[in-house]
Design a binder for this molecule. Structure first.
Ligand code: ATP
Length: 270
């Protein structure tokens, strides 16, 4: 299925148009437009301070907790306006964010964290089903159900954070740097899980500094620089574009690379 093909109104996924966001005098985003069609994985890449987290906050209705606000443009999901909505209204609308830094409840057990994720979700009846799905995706969370979440490894905490978000049965998941600080093996496990979640029908907006990982997961990607979209297109095309390879994938223009040697992928940082 071509998820980027035109869809009837109301069947659209996330649509961001001409978005501007400020934190007091600090203009963090300007003129940002992007589309995340239903059923797709779309990535937003960019270095420190590019505005990636700000974009997710604008979608999830959490800007006000950071003393920020939308000053222009709008965000809609499935044709319904999210900009201006409260965080709980956004969750009720099916859009749930997994925040950067995991922010699990460290003193609560794994089980209690998952239960907290189901609070505020529409209709509690299928909570058991959601939990079953989460524990199938992350069997380790079943093994550690009674343990304090703070005792989990970094990768397991990331799994718990994603699992907690899935307990709200989102139609769309917002992921903020899910592989940050993880060892490559764990990062690739998280990437596999994101693929599996998407294959189950959940639309994903993925914010990442790890451009190589994000481009391998996404169908389309956008590059943010100092609050503006400077590049966008199909992920496969961006991954092969010289500019993206050099600037965002850290691939050197060495003669052996040009001659077809295996490129070295590096984390992009500014
Ligand atoms: P990182 O990868 O470092 O998290 P980012 O791409 O997510 O970076 P943002 O955190 O969205 O970038 O920051 C975008 C801009 O907004 C930066 O200039 C940052 O300093 C500023 N900013 C972010 N949060 C606030 C805040 N609460 N108050 C004031 N300025 C902020």
């Amino acid at each position: 299925m071509d998820v980027h093909a035109p869809r009837p109104p109301g069947d659209s996924g996330l649509v961001v148009r001409d978005l501007a966001v400020s934190y007091g005098p600090v203009l963090a985003l300007r003129g940002v437009s992007l589309d995340v069609p239903r059923g797709s994985v779309v990535a937003v890449l960019g270095g420190n301070g590019a505005g990636k987290s700000t974009l997710l906050r604008a979608v999830s209705g959490t800007l006000r907790f950071h003393r920020g606000g939308i000053t222009a443009g709008e965000v809609t999901f499935g044709g319904k306006r999210l900009s201006g909505a409260t965080t709980s209204a956004v969750v009720a609308g099916g859009v749930v964010q997994v925040p950067e830094g995991r922010r699990i409840f460290a003193r609560m057990t794994v089980e209690e964290n998952l239960r907290a994720g189901a609070l505020g979700a529409p209709g509690r009846r299928s909570a058991a089903k959601a939990k079953e799905r989460v524990l199938t995706l992350f069997p380790v969370l079943a093994e550690r159900a009674g343990q304090r979440a703070g005792l989990l490894s970094g990768g397991e905490q990331q799994m718990l954070a994603i699992g907690r978000a899935l307990m709200a049965r989102p139609r769309m998941l917002l992921l903020d740097e899910p592989t940050l600080g993880l060892a490559p093996m764990m990062a690739s496990r998280i990437a596999d899980t994101v693929r599996e979640i998407n294959a189950g029908g959940t639309t994903v907006l993925l914010v990442e500094q790890n451009a190589a990982m994000a481009l391998s997961l996404a169908s389309h990607a956008y590059v943010l620089e100092v609050g503006e979209v400077v590049l966008s297109g199909p992920a496969a095309e961006l991954a092969t574009s010289d500019e993206v390879r050099r600037r965002y994938l850290g691939i050197e223009d060495a003669p052996e690379a040009a001659a077809g040697a295996r490129p070295v992928l590096a984390r992009w940082s500014t």
